[in-house]
Design a protein around this ligand. Sequence first.
Ligand code: ATP
Ligand code: MG
Length: 332
Amino acid sequence: MYKIAIVPGDGIGKEVMKAALHVLEALNIDLEYEFGEAGDECKEKTGEALPQKTIDIVKKADACLFGAAGETAADVIVRLRQEMELFANLRPVKSYPGTKALFNDLDFMIVRENTEGMYVGEEELSEDGNTAIAKRIITRSASERICNYAFQYAKDNNKKKVTGVHKANVLKKTDGLFKRVFYEIAEKYNAEGIEAEDFYVDATAMYLLTRPQSFEVIVTTNLFGDILSDEGAGLVGGLGMIPSANIGENGGLFEPVHGSAPDIAGEGIANPTAMLLSVVMMLNYLGEKESAKLLDKAILEVLAEAKTVTSDLGGNSNTMEMADAIKKRING
Ligand code: ATP
Ligand code: MG
């Protein structure tokens, strides 16, 4: 039995979460849900975007499913990442049929360091306002942690190669350290048949367009990971399609990359795929590989058939109709 924190949040976050819970009924796993409030509506109601009660629920759970938060997104999700020490951000780049993917044969994972780099928030502006300085912090411990995670992910998921991405020719000290640590960890996994390579981030940005099929797992520092994972999302098309995972030593938080989409919220027409693929990631994280496979296959089949899909995918079904079609696929 797994304890799952459910935080639907705002707008279409609530709608795609409802779809996810509907589909989960079809899988044979014992889940106990605890619901938490967060986001704009929660702030209006309680005065806080992320009440302590919600943090406690998420911390106690084995994993958290998160929908979306509107204008308070930064307060909610950044805070949760910190509270739970979610050091790895995972974004799969995988093509599904029936979507606007630029390539139909992609399946790789981007592993982004989520705690340091350019995101430490240490910026300074000189008194005359003409010089601005940002600190970029890279530590051995965080680099080891993220590189270990990436190689172990490769091992657990039958991937044969990990690509370390950096800019060590210019950022000699910071990315020099990251690159050194990457190859230290690589050596451990070499014996297990996992290959390592490294590229500069600029070259990687180009290779993602010219030969994205060559990637299996990419591991990189915070800002580069942010940029490259959006490029990856662009390769497989559509915000409604892209899931993500935030992983820590003691928990994981799984959420669609899209936000609360106020422009379509309340209409019940949001594409539930990103949320459902986030559930696939959660099931894999929990070790429920069979259920994950079953759900992933059901999503793929409904997308390929293109009959019961939402309007962003060219169909005319609503969120729950698409979710129900996926649920029926699981039931066979
Ligand atoms: P937020 O501030 O909460 O991020 P936003 O206005 O940036 O809200 P997003 O959720 O990021 O909105 O979505 C950007 C665009 O993509 C919107 O036009 C939205 O309708 C569309 N979109 C996002 N997610 C989905 C989805 N699941 N299904 C269909 N369209 C979506
Ligand atoms: Mg947005």
